[in-house]
Design a protein. Structure first.
Length: 263
C-alpha cells in the first residue's frame, strides 16, 4: 500500500455475494468486497448503481436480499456500535450544541453503556481530533459548511468505530474546504486504523485519498484498482492521470452495459 503497511491482512469488513433489487431489477448482483484495518476504499459508480444501498447494507441498516456482511469475522445482523455511518448532510440537530450533537446517540439502546465521564471524554477527544474543541458550545447555525461536516465526523469518531462508512460526505463543500476535509479524513484513518469505505462521485477525490478505488457497475465490482502513488499525491500528475483514465473507462463501460437492452 502507498501509505504504509496495514494493521492486519485479515478483512475487518467483508461483503460476500451481496444482492439487492428494486422493482424487479437487481441493482446489486453478487458484490464481493473486503476492507482491512487502516485501509480506505473508495466506491465510484453511476447514479443508480447502488453505491449508497451498498453502504447501508454494510452499516446493517438494511438487509440484503442475498449474501452476507461480516465485521471482524462476525456476521452482521443489524447495526453495531463499532460501525459508524456519516452522510453528505451532517444531520445536526439545531437545538443541540456542537458537543451535544457529537454525543447524540452514545446512550442509545444498541450502544454499550458508558459512564458520564467516559462519554464526555469521548466527545472531547473527537472534537479535538477534528479541530473543533473551541466550538464545543456553538450552535449549528454558527457553523460553516466545513465545520458542520467536522461535527458530523466527530459524532462518528465518538463511537470509536472500527469500521467507518462515509456517503459522499464532502460533496456539498467548496473546493478549499473539501481539500481540508480530505486531509482530515486521511489523518483520522491513520490515527484510528478504522476500515473505511467512502462513497464518492468525485474521481479526483477517490484518487487522492484512497488505497483502493472500486467501480460499481453491472451489479458488481467492475474494477478494483490499487492506488499505489506516493505522497504528496497531488504532485503526481502523470501517475494519477493514468489511473484516472482507467477509472473513467471502467465507469463508461459499466454505464454502457447497464443501459444495454437485456436479451
Amino acid at each position: 500500500m502507498s501509505r504504509g503497511a496495514l494493521a492486519t491482512d485479515a478483512a475487518r469488513l467483508a461483503l460476500r455475494g451481496i444482492r439487492m433489487g428494486w422493482q424487479q431489477r437487481n441493482v446489486l448482483d453478487g458484490v464481493d468486497l473486503e476492507v482491512r484495518a487502516g485501509e480506505l476504499v473508495a466506491i465510484l459508480g453511476a447514479s443508480g448503481a447502488g453505491k449508497s444501498t451498498l453502504l447501508r447494507i454494510a452499516a446493517g441498516l438494511i438487509a440484503p436480499a442475498a449474501g452476507e456482511v461480516h465485521v471482524d469475522g462476525e456476521r452482521l445482523e443489524g447495526t453495531r456500535p463499532d460501525v459508524a455511518l456519516a452522510f453528505q448532510d451532517p444531520c445536526l440537530l439545531p437545538w443541540l450544541s456542537v458537543e451535544r450533537n457529537v454525543a447524540f446517540g452514545l446512550n442509545f439502546r444498541r450502544q454499550p453503556a458508558l459512564a458520564r465521564g467516559i462519554r464526555e471524554a469521548r466527545v472531547a477527544t473527537a472534537l479535538q481530533a477534528v479541530g473543533l474543541a473551541h466550538a464545543a458550545h456553538f450552535a449549528p447555525r454558527q457553523l460553516s459548511g466545513g465545520m458542520a461536516q467536522r461535527t458530523a465526523l466527530a459524532r462518528a469518531l465518538a463511537r470509536e468505530p472500527r469500521t467507518l462508512l462515509l456517503d459522499e460526505p464532502f460533496g456539498a463543500l467548496d473546493e478549499v474546504t473539501r481539500a481540508d476535509m480530505q486531509r482530515l479524513l486521511l489523518q483520522v484513518v491513520r490515527d484510528t486504523q478504522a476500515a473505511t469505505l467512502l462513497v464518492t462521485h468525485d474521481i479526483d477525490e477517490a484518487l487522492l485519498v484512497s488505497d483502493r478505488v472500486c467501480v460499481l457497475g453491472r451489479g458488481g465490482i467492475a474494477l478494483d484498482l490499487a492506488i499505489d502513488v506516493p505522497a504528496p499525491r497531488d504532485a503526481q500528475v502523470q501517475a494519477l492521470g493514468a489511473l484516472r483514465v482507467r477509472l473513467v473507462s471502467a465507469l463508461h463501460e459499466s454505464m454502457a452495459r447497464t443501459a444495454a437492452p437485456q436479451s
